[in-house]
Design a binder for this molecule. Structure first.
Ligand SMILES: Nc1ncnc2c1ncn2[C@@H]1O[C@H](COP(=O)(O)OP(=O)(O)O)[C@@H](O)[C@H]1O
Ligand SMILES: [Mg+2]
Length: 256
């Protein structure tokens, strides 16, 4: 097998006395979708905030291509090839697609003039590569569908060098048709072969449709992890319930 692009070992994060992560291991491989699952409060967001340089871990290590790294800021994580698409997308609805694509990283001429034609072309081409032909990127983002906005945020992360693409619940706020568009985008990014995707989701069906590998978190610990075939042989439903025995829960509900 290829080497993992990123490996995380024994990650611990305490907030005061509270252990939000308690010894988490994770490996991500280029060309693979790694689904990160777990109930609310399991520690998923805390984990990705550490990988994105938002939080520093209490202890544990992050290796990028075999080398130990310390992220002191989101800038460090971006420089190491970690691109995170948060649920709120950090998109300004009133600005154009292109201006959002290049926000804070605009191409300018020697006199500080924006190279708009070039930026429009790049924004269009990069989105087309992963599935949307948005012919006029000078339009406001407000004219895009929810799925297209996700694709914009993903194309932007990749263009600016993401080798690990972290998607935090990209399908959760969307209708069914839009959800499918986002899953298609995820598969197209996967097909490039050079990017590792961490796909955080509550949706068992979505993870089954696109994931190659799973990690289940519960109360800050990994309760199940492995390639799709291995995990599916176990009981995904039980793991989804965060380690709670589904049969017990069903029994409890049947008593009402
Ligand atoms: N900044 C913080 N300060 C204190 N506790 C936090 C903080 N962030 C998260 N937690 C706690 O850590 C646990 C894991 O939260 P989180 O990572 O957001 O879980 P998830 O994203 O899986 O729902 C929760 O119990 C949450 O209340
Ligand atoms: Mg969360």
């Amino acid at each position: 097998m290829t080497e993992p692009y990123m490996r995380v070992e024994k990650l611990v994060k305490k907030f005061g006395p509270f252990m939000a992560l308690n010894g988490v291991d994770l490996e991500v491989y280029p060309g693979e979708v790694h689904a990160l699952l777990g109930d609310n409060g399991a520690g998923k967001s805390t984990l990705i905030k550490i990988l994105s340089g938002v939080h520093e871990p209490t202890s544990g290590s992050i290796y990028i291509e075999g080398r130990a790294k310390k992220f002191r800021s989101p800038r460090d994580a971006t420089a190491a090839g970690i691109g995170t698409v948060y649920q709120d997308l950090a998109i300004n609805q009133l600005m154009s697609v292109t201006r959002n694509f290049f926000m804070g990283r605009e191409l300018t001429s020697a006199f500080g003039k924006l190279r708009m034609d070039e930026m429009n072309q790049i924004a269009h081409d990069e989105m087309l590569k992963i599935g949307i032909d948005f012919s006029d990127p000078t339009q406001a983002v407000g004219t895009m569908s929810g799925g297209q906005r996700q694709t914009l945020a993903i194309a932007r992360a990749i263009y600016f060098g993401a080798k690990v693409l972290i998607l935090d619940e990209p399908t959760s706020a969307l209708g069914q048709k839009q959800q499918m568009e986002v899953l298609k985008t995820i598969k197209r990014v996967r097909a490039r072969g050079d990017i590792a995707i961490i796909f955080i989701t509550h949706n068992e069906i979505h993870s089954k449709l696109v994931a190659d590998r799973y990690t289940f978190l519960a109360l800050g610990q990994v309760i199940g992890s492995g390639p799709k075939a291995e995990i599916e042989a176990q009981d995904i439903r039980r793991l989804m319930a965060g380690g709670a025995e589904m049969k017990d829960l069903e029994h409890e509900l049947s008593q009402i």
